[in-house]
Design a protein. Structure first.
Length: 178
């Protein structure tokens, strides 16, 4: 970074960017798709952890509201910024870690950890998120398991899935007796 670039980037700029994470976590924990999408530009790109491409603030809000009302209802997020790196005075990258607490739980679920990378730009209106690539954090052991699972026949995959479901039911029954 040149001295001229360094002089035009302020601590206020970095704080504004870092605040996006808190705004999004707060909105998630309230179940607000509109609040979650508020820091995004009208034309932002959001790639979800499983590969869905959302285009624009409205689509990001609608997708997340549907998730908040169904599959992630009652979940809570926590997280922190790993780094903010300014490419130039109008462009920055932010990398964060996100942890999910499932509904009815008190501890985070490591299989839900994600490592989003944000692309943030500054215009006359201030800083906005232009892009977000969300990816799950996987250990090599978990990735090897998934690779092995994918190499099984469809019938074998169903057997493994049924076995895991049965083990989960047994564990829940055991916990209920305690």
């Amino acid at each position: 970074m040149t001295s001229q670039t360094a002089q035009t980037i302020t601590s206020t700029d970095e704080s504004a960017i870092r605040d996006f994470l808190r705004q999004m976590i707060d909105a998630w924990n309230r179940g607000s798709g509109e609040g979650f999408a508020a820091p995004f530009s009208e034309t932002a790109d959001f790639l979800t952890f499983e590969g869905t491409h959302l285009k624009g603030r409205e689509e990001i809000a609608a997708f997340h509201q549907q998730a908040f009302d169904t599959v992630v209802k009652g979940t809570c997020l926590e997280g922190e910024v790993n780094f903010v790196r300014f490419v130039n005075p109008q462009l920055a990258l932010m990398h964060v870690v996100i942890r999910v607490i499932l509904a009815g739980q008190t501890e985070t679920s490591p299989s839900r950890d994600s490592l989003p990378l944000y692309v943030v730009t500054k215009s006359d209106e201030g800083w906005q998120i232009e892009g977000l690539l969300n990816t799950r954090k996987l250990t090599l052991e978990r990735q090897f398991f998934l690779d092995d699972f994918d190499s099984l026949s469809a019938e074998a995959q169903c057997q493994v899935t049924d076995l895991v479901a049965g083990l989960k039911q047994q564990q829940q029954a055991d916990l209920a007796q305690i």
